[in-house]
Design a protein around this ligand. Structure first.
Ligand code: GRF
Length: 211
């Protein structure tokens, strides 16, 4: 039986689309629900297109989830929660009805080689602008567990992506996103199956990212 993941987003849902498309040929997992912190997120359209149930709330900064989110997640019972462009703080503690607490394995993808180019305000194109401005030879993608500290949970895997001469933000961001599209489903499957190589941080080389 396929495992269930929930995807949390705030924006366009490009990673959601990538994950859902991937699951068409995967026996390992399916996207059982989408959490959004924005009513206007374009990602909600993608969720509707694929018939995936959506939960919306504006989210406070608390690490304790609302009773509504806790209840919704209890019903979904996800094996993993994958943040995909989620711009708020995702809770780590989920209250139950009878004083018990739940927690979920939650991962995030960030479009840089963490800890570089991270933290509040470092998202989307801003990351790639900063990478170009700093004159880096390499950037990349990082997968990490979500803790109460934004962008700072333990790293799971990283992939390096070259910065080319005369790169533009848009060229660099497409190259990085191409790497994200390969790394995210690979790591999710690996975590769900327990099949990721046991290294502290897995450094993956993706050779076929556009030159
Ligand atoms: C991805 O690039 C990911 O690295 C970051 O958010 C992006 C997806 O968000 N965490 P969106 O779909 O473009 O809003």
């Amino acid at each position: 039986m396929k495992k269930n993941i929930v995807v949390a987003l705030s924006g366009t849902g490009r990673s959601l689309k990538n994950l859902v498309e991937y699951t068409r040929n995967s026996d390992v997992f399916q996207v059982a629900g989408v959490v959004s912190s924005s009513k206007k997120a374009l990602g909600l359209e993608i969720a509707r297109e694929y018939g995936i149930e959506v939960f919306y709330e504006s989210f406070s900064k608390s690490s304790v989830a609302s009773p509504e989110l806790s209840c919704w997640l209890r019903k979904k019972n996800p094996d993993l929660i994958a943040l995909a462009g989620f711009l708020k703080v995702f809770p780590t503690k989920f209250p139950g009805n009878n004083g018990e607490w739940a927690s979920y394995k939650t991962v995030n993808i960030h479009p840089s080689l963490l800890p570089k180019f991270s933290g509040k305000g470092m998202y989307g194109q801003k990351v790639h602008e900063a990478v170009l401005q700093a004159g880096e030879d390499f950037t990349g993608v990082s997968l990490h567990f979500v803790t109460d500290v934004y962008d700072e949970g333990p790293l799971i895997a990283q992939v390096k992506v070259p910065v080319k001469e005369n790169d533009s933000v848009s060229r660099l961001s497409s190259r990085v996103f191409e790497a994200e599209c390969k790394l995210y489903p690979y790591v999710i499957e690996g975590l769900l199956l327990g099949s990721l190589p046991k290294k502290e941080t897995l450094m993956i080389t993706i050779n076929d990212v556009s030159e």
